[in-house]
Ligand binder design. Structure first.
Ligand code: ADP
Ligand code: MG
Length: 697
């Protein structure tokens, strides 16, 4: 039996550990630094580092690392041991404040998107004291931000922390206008729901596409997919149950609030949701969760697939970014309150989010780009590539009545006046019925559902924090000048609803009609990564991000390039893998199977059977046609890849992959999948979809 409260956070140098191990004065300084996001001075850092080292050594730790999140999308670590030579020729274990606060990994081998050409290759990592140090695999991990020496952000944490500062500043201005003098800090909070697949490791190892690309590039439909809808919330299989138990324990030790687990829609698909926390910590925790999913699965003889679309024909995996704004006095600013004043404040924050999402649809779409996620958005399962917002019937009625100046309850004809009326309470379950919306209000938070399962939540939250901060900035400017605050507030909220209501859509986001309707409303439909990314470096985007010091223009350009490069590289690897699989395994299997049937026909003929009437002949004919098509389409794909060399510029290259290479990949897949349906089990070189999806018992 595990004692959860006892193991929870046992591998984290958290508040409790600090309190126990730091001198009182140091502990106080440390807490202050955490609350205000300010760096520690060297003296204090030395004391903290030493206490941290002793704590870690007691837990079997020998090494430490600065743990950071470069633009690769995964986390990076470089381990150093605590050993330091002593005079007697032996070693002592040391860890200095300097080593805690700052590291100097060589930045030159991480993606920098042109930054390296103009700036020094050296980078440094700096401790983010708001995210606690933790122990993973006998190593003390210090969560850090990663920058170049000239100050450019080379990671995902730096701009995220910057965006949290900006929304703090702007939200505080608004709160002061409502007479709130108690709040000293506003943070955004995030609870990311994580989807993933589990398959048998032995089967995984037999598929090059899964090994190289994380998704299947071939695979005919199995007799059973997700049509019976018997997997969602179904009984969890014992092997998966054992995995989840282990996983939860590992996550709890790391102080991660793993809370909910269930089977998802597709066979072999599952979901894990933690309890929400401050955004930068949620981002760190989600990265750790993904790492643990993979590690723990391996211990149980399984492989965890985090790809957005591992299998064609069944649902892909996403990540729902539940997001809200709250004060250090414990108030959720997206929760309608008890009094008219609280409700007026709620409506203003709501209006800010509505305007932000409408004004910056493009950036929200950009924040979830990636070759993998392109398979989901726009297909009939995940939210569409069109950004829109769901508010639910109850809140819609209120917004309508504000817009029209009528009372929302329709009982009396009195005007709905903000700051005078108490709003009815929305119950979470009545506002959360629409699962097709990319951005849904769910009672006291927004759920941004366009994220792919592998993406770091940093990117989407950098955008969300910044765009909402920008609108709050505009609102505060206007309201601070007003002579009659209530009148100005009423006018502002009403105007915002009128001007931005096109972004609200409460219907079926998967329907054809919506695509047409959205076009009429002038909403963007950026279906693919190359379509979306140019908006990241648009004048409007540069203006926004530089104004709030989130990204410099140089940083934006570098990120744009990294993301496009990543798209091209991903598709290149996928195309090369397809060519290799088709030539080395699929084609030989088809030929071998054809030969087997031909041999049968020859044998029949030798004993005098009239083979012109034998059905096998038709099979041979089809296989022969398929063989030619596999050869032809493999060549086509190869030529398409050769064509990349003639393309100038990364944007054009990405467009070429999107239009030409993907088309050639699809053509090759169609014929190979047809072959799979015909060729016998013993001949087929790869485990099929049916085995992959239903292998865990
Ligand atoms: P569903 O599956 O219906 O979307 P879940 O309960 O599985 O809902 O997940 C909801 C997620 O939202 C959880 O991670 C939860 O902690 C998170 N959440 C709840 N309140 C907030 C909030 N104020 N800010 C951010 N996330 C929140
Ligand atoms: Mg959800």
């Amino acid at each position: 039996m595990v004692n959860v409260p006892e193991i929870f956070g046992s591998m984290v140098f958290d508040e409790q550990a600090m309190k126990e191990r730091l001198p009182k004065a140091t502990y106080k300084l440390m807490k202050k630094s955490i609350a205000q996001g300010k760096p520690l001075d060297r003296e204090v850092a030395n004391v903290v580092a030493n206490a941290m080292k002793d704590w870690a050594i007691e837990r079997g730790v020998t090494h430490f690392t600065h743990w950071f999140q470069p633009m690769t999308g995964v986390t990076a670590e470089k381990h150093d041991s605590f050993i330091s030579p002593s005079e007697d020729g032996r070693v002592i274990m040391e860890f200095s404040g300097k080593e805690l606060i700052q590291g100097e990994p060589d930045a030159s081998s991480f993606p920098s998107g042109g930054l390296r050409a103009t700036f020094e290759a050296r980078g440094y990592t700096a401790w983010d004291p708001t995210s606690y140090a933790f122990i993973k695999e006998d190593t003390l991990c210090i969560p850090t931000a990663f920058c170049s020496y000239s100050g450019e952000a080379l990671d995902k944490k730096t701009p995220l922390l910057r965006s949290m500062e900006v929304i703090n500043t702007q939200a505080l201005r608004i709160l002061r206008l409502f007479g709130d003098t108690d709040t000293t800090r506003v943070n955004t909070t995030v609870g990311p729901e994580q989807e993933y697949f589990l398959i048998d490791e032995e089967l995984y190892k037999q598929r090059k596409d899964l090994i190289y690309c994380g998704r299947t590039l071939f695979g005919a439909k199995p007799p059973k997919g997700q049509e019976m809808e018997d997997h969602y919330f179904g009984t969890i299989k014992p092997r998966v149950k054992a995995f989840m138990k282990d996983l939860n324990e590992e996550l709890w030790k790391l102080g991660i609030l793993a809370k909910t687990e269930h089977n998802e829609v597709a066979p072999a698909q599952h979901e894990l949701a933690p309890i929400f926390t401050t955004t930068n910590i949620a981002a760190d925790h989600n990265q750790l969760t993904m790492e643990m999913l993979k590690k723990v699965a391996q211990k149980h003889g399984m492989t965890c697939l985090l790809h957005e679309k591992p299998f064609a024909g069944v649902n892909g995996s996403g990540k729902h970014n539940n997001w809200s704004i709250s004060t250090d006095t414990g108030i959720n600013l997206l929760e309608p309150g008890e009094s008219p004043k609280e409700n007026a404040q709620f409506l203003l924050f709501l209006a800010a989010v509505i305007k932000a999402v409408d004004d910056y649809q493009d950036l929200l779409r950009v924040s979830v780009v990636g070759a993998g996620n392109d398979h989901r958005l726009g297909a009939n399962e995940a939210p569409p590539a069109i950004v829109s917002m769901f508010v639910g019937d109850e809140l819609q009625a209120i917004l309508d009545s504000i817009e029209k100046g009528t009372d929302f309850e329709q009982k009396d004809k009195e005007e709905m006046e903000i700051g005078v009326h108490v709003l009815p309470h929305f119950f979470k379950d009545t506002t959360d019925r629409n699962r097709t919306s990319p951005f849904a209000f769910t009672g006291n938070k927004f759920e941004f559902r366009m994220l792919g399962s592998t993406v770091s939540v940093s990117g989407p939250n950098i955008v969300l924090n910044t765009i909402v901060a920008e609108v709050l900035d505009q609102f505060a400017d206007e309201l601070e000048k007003a002579t009659d605050f209530n009148a100005a507030l009423n006018a502002l909220i009403k105007r915002t609803i009128v001007n931005h209501k096109r972004i609200i859509f409460n219907g079926d986001g998967y329907s054809e009609e919506w695509t047409k309707e959205a076009e009429k409303r002038g909403l963007l439909n950026l279906r693919t990564t190359p379509d979306a990314l140019p908006y990241f470096i648009s004048e409007k985007s540069i203006k926004l991000f530089t104004k709030h010091n989130i990204f410099t223009e140089v940083e934006l350009n570098s990120r744009y390039e990294i993301l496009l490069e990543n798209y091209c590289k991903t598709l290149n690897i996928e195309a090369l893998t397809m060519i290799e699989m088709a030539r080395r395994s699929i084609l030989p299997a088809v030929i071998e199977y054809t030969k087997n049937i031909t041999d049968t026909l020859t044998a029949k003929q030798s004993i005098g059977i009239d083979i012109s009437k034998c059905k096998e002949k038709e099979v041979v004919e089809e296989l022969s046609y398929i063989t030619s098509m596999i050869i032809e389409n493999t060549e086509k794909l190869e030529n398409a890849l050769i064509g990349v060399k003639d393309i100038e510029g990364i944007q054009n290259e990405a467009n070429y992959y999107k239009d030409t290479v993907i088309a050639a990949m699809n053509e090759l897949r169609v014929v190979a999948d047809r072959a799979e349906v015909i060729v016998g089990d013993e001949y087929w070189p790869y485990p099929r979809y049916g085995e992959l999806l239903f292998s865990i018992l």
